[in-house]
Design a protein around this ligand. Structure first.
Ligand SMILES: Nc1nc2c(c(=O)[nH]1)N[C@H]1C(S)=C(S)[C@@H](COP(=O)(O)OP(=O)(O)OC[C@H]3O[C@@H](n4cnc5c(=O)[nH]c(N)nc54)[C@H](O)[C@@H]3O)O[C@H]1N2
Ligand SMILES: Nc1nc2c(c(=O)[nH]1)N[C@H]1C(S)=C(S)[C@@H](COP(=O)(O)OP(=O)(O)OC[C@H]3O[C@@H](n4cnc5c(=O)[nH]c(N)nc54)[C@H](O)[C@@H]3O)O[C@H]1N2
Ligand SMILES: [Mo]
Length: 674
């Protein structure tokens, strides 16, 4: 207790590497302030700018939050709703769903969900309900990082067991490839990245703030990563730094790439990537000298050949034997498995009928517009009008009068505006949950600080009640929060119950940093790292990675990159007034040569046009953006962006070579002076 109230420790459950510890000051049942937890090893008492604003702004604002269930009372998309009681809303929704089930059409019920919240219960438990329904799932990872997951799992047996960040103390080089921690992991950027004195190499088309503090920044052309990786392997081979003994024992199919490595001479690599030969050599030798850590970003695999790029980049660890020892390894993401936790029980896959289907987010717009395929749509933890490709076609589909749509969210998003029913979700400050951060191997409590605002309910409770309204009998649909939390926590090495975890907020589960792939056992068919993949070959892909670089855009087109914004969390916070002031008008950032070529000046409005649509943005000339690239960060709310559209109006649903996943950073645009 302090004078001003009680402090409650909890955890930020946004889709972010940092997973900050939070301290909530509560007085007389109301939140007074949401702050960083000073005891937390990442947040160290400070939230990032966007969360500090939004958690003390829109997240607690009854005028912005959904307070009751809503039923549509006007044309779809006009956000004309009437409040309705929970029981009534759930009974009516259940009635509509039962009609579909009675006609044996459960697969025409679709649901989309993603990482609006990444806590375990609110993020995963509702899938039990949809599995029981037999609904078609829009595969969540396809809008984000699936290509990377599929490729790493194929090669190493898992994509979810990366280096332990605490290994940085033993490393002499940290290479960040296609991630922008200064936006997407702000505490890692300001703390961890430079904390141990390791040499920093950043590989990114944009000179973002993390790249600016690097010792070496390789500012390559978008989509040229595989060529760059092979060019670096060439340098490493020439310097005699290939670890043949490691390859002999632990790698399958390395022979298959040797000719490609030999051909990837520095001059050729430089021509393909735009990176000067001297920098390629410096970076390659610094990495090979080791011990080195490689952070594989999600941005780099969001490219048309992102799967191939993700097969090529970790070859640097493989070729130099930098796996399975302290200070070495790569990290895409650390799943709960690095804490020995199996979260699969949360999904309820056993409830799913034989042959239950999934589709990619890249096909969502098409399915939405097909009256035979989709008859009902549920969207939870996901704002498809803002975040998914083909936003114009998505809106057209959502306008269908015959489509039954239910959205659950904290806010009346652009997507929710189309719903037949909107169900108000409680925020993370309002219920207990557990989080497994995807960078550090910790376990964190999300602790209820206050009662849910208005009539809002946690996701898990919404879907329990809907299961009841459906008359479903399976006990798994009704498992309590306490039971789910206990089953997760029990699997970890944390010594205590949920109350004990709440007392500390976040528990660090080891005293000695974990070594990635310790013992060098790989869960692949051969038990080795599989550079050559029979499975991918069977699916029609090259057996081994190739030194590919995308062609530069033709004519006067530019490559559009739309990565994470500093002030938004995907589309979350886009409705917070103070955030909107910080964002200003929607911008496109350009190199001055590209601006001059098009006769454009700072501050003028320009139309960006792709095959999918067009959008008007304000020009900002920036030395951080290389020639040939247009940079416009993701996540604005269409409704608050002038023309009621955001950058995804330009996205035709471009997909990766492998895994049918988003290649949103591969879009080409023309700039038209207005
Ligand atoms: N152009 C472009 N588009 C992109 C990307 C890109 O790089 N460029 N990146 C893609 C990526 S990586 C991702 S992950 C997707 C993310 O896209 P989305 O999944 O849409 O992500 P968010 O906007 O963070 O969250 C969605 C919604 O969840 C809601 N929410 C938060 N907590 C809860 C809760 O407890 N319950 C419920 N019911 N709702 C909640 C939020 O209010 C928000 O409206 O966007 C993709 N879109
Ligand atoms: N502030 C904030 N933080 C976030 C999010 C957010 O929206 N805002 N989103 C969260 C989510 S869902 C995710 S998935 C992560 C994503 O976070 P990151 O892994 O950092 O991914 P992105 O933001 O998509 O892009 C990162 C970088 O990839 C670069 N890039 C694009 N194309 C290429 C290429 O061809 N080669 C190389 N080498 N680099 C390329 C971009 O220039 C960008 O700087 O961030 C999470 N954190
Ligand atoms: Mo993502």
């Amino acid at each position: 207790m302090t004078d001003a109230g009680t402090l409650i420790k909890t955890t930020c459950p946004r889709d972010c590497y940092d997973a900050c510890g939070i301290s909530v000051r509560v007085h007389q049942g109301a939140v007074q302030k949401v702050m960083g937890d000073k005891d937390h090893h990442v947040s160290l008492g400070k939230l990032c700018g966007k969360c500090a604003v939004a958690y003390n702004g829109v997240f607690r604002d009854p005028a912005q939050r959904l307070m009751t269930p809503l039923r549509r009372a006007g044309k779809k998309g006009t956000a004309n709703f009437q409040p309705v009681a929970w029981d009534e809303a759930l009974a009516e929704i259940a009635g509509r769903l039962k009609n579909i089930l009675a006609a044996n059409n459960s697969h025409t019920i679709y649901h989309t969900h993603y990482t609006g919240t990444v806590s375990m219960l609110a993020g995963v438990f509702p899938t039990r309900f949809f599995n029981r329904l037999g609904a078609t799932e829009v595969d969540p990872d396809t809008v984000c990082n699936k290509a990377g997951h599929v490729v790493l799992a194929d090669m190493f047996g898992t994509s979810l067991s990366g280096f332990d960040p605490d290994q940085l103390a033993s490393a002499r080089c940290l290479m960040i490839w296609g991630a922008n921690p200064s936006h997407s992991a702000p505490h890692m950027h300001s703390g961890w990245v430079r904390s141990a004195g390791a040499r920093l190499i950043v590989i990114d088309p944009i000179a973002h703030d993390t790249a600016k503090m690097a010792d070496i920044h390789l500012q390559l052309r978008p989509g040229s990563d595989a060529a760059l990786a092979f060019g670096m392997l060439h340098v490493i081979k020439k310097a005699g730094q290939i670890d043949h003994a490691f390859i002999e024992r632990h790698v399958l199919g390395f022979d298959g790439i040797v000719a490609e490595i030999d051909a990837a001479k520095p001059e050729r690599t430089s021509a393909l990537t735009g990176v000067p030969t001297a920098l390629i050599e410096q970076a390659a030798l610094a990495f090979a000298a080791g011990p080195s850590l490689l952070w594989l970003g999600q941005g780099v695999q969001r490219q048309p050949r992102g799967g191939n790029a993700f097969r090529a980049i970790p070859l640097l660890n493989i070729a130099t034997g930098q796996i399975g020892k302290p200070g070495m390894g790569f990290c895409y993401m650390n799943g709960a498995e690095t804490r020995d936790v199996d979260t699969a029980f949360l999904l309820g896959n056993e409830l799913r009928p034989e042959g239950g289907s999934t589709v990619s987010h890249m096909d969502l717009a098409e399915h939405l517009n097909d009256t035979g395929k989709m008859k009902a749509l549920f969207t939870w933890n996901n704002n498809i009008v803002a975040s998914s490709p083909g936003s114009k076609a998505i809106r057209r589909g959502l306008e269908r009068e015959d489509l039954f749509t239910v959205v659950t969210d904290l806010f009346l998003t652009d997507t929710a505006a189309y719903a037949d029913y909107v169900l108000p979700a409680a925020s993370f400050l309002e219920f207990d949950d557990i989080a497994f951060p995807y960078f550090h191997d910790t376990v964190s409590a999300q602790a209820k600080a206050v009662e849910p605002l208005g009539q809002s309910l946690p996701n898990q409770e919404i879907f329990r009640r809907l299961a009841e309204a459906m008359g479903f009998k399976e006990p798994a649909l009704y498992e309590s929060d306490a039971s789910l939390i206990a089953r997760l926590l029990r699997q970890t090495s944390f010594n205590g119950n949920f109350d004990d975890l709440k007392a500390v907020g976040t528990a660090r589960l080891r005293t000695v940093p974990r070594v990635q792939f310790e013992g060098l056992r790989f869960n692949t068919p051969s038990g080795r790292i599989e550079v050559r993949s029979e499975r991918l070959l069977e699916q029609g892909y090259p057996a081994v990675p190739v030194a590919h670089a995308d062609k530069a855009p033709s004519g006067k087109r530019l490559r559009l990159l739309s990565p994470a914004s500093e002030w938004l969390m995907n589309s979350s916070y886009g409705n917070d007034e103070r955030i909107r002031v910080r964002l200003g008008s929607p911008k496109v950032r350009l190199n001055k040569c590209d601006a001059q070529l098009r006769n454009l000046v700072q501050g003028e409005t320009v139309a960006l046009v792709s095959e999918a649509g067009s959008i008007e943005l304000t020009v900002e000339i920036s030395p951080d953006v290389p020639e040939g690239v247009a940079l416009a960060h993701k996540g604005r709310w269409p409704r608050h962006s002038g023309g009621a559209i955001n950058i995804n109006v330009l996205n035709p649903g471009l997909r990766t070579d492998i895994a049918n996943s988003s290649a949103v950073h591969g879009i080409e645009v023309e700039l038209i002076k207005l």
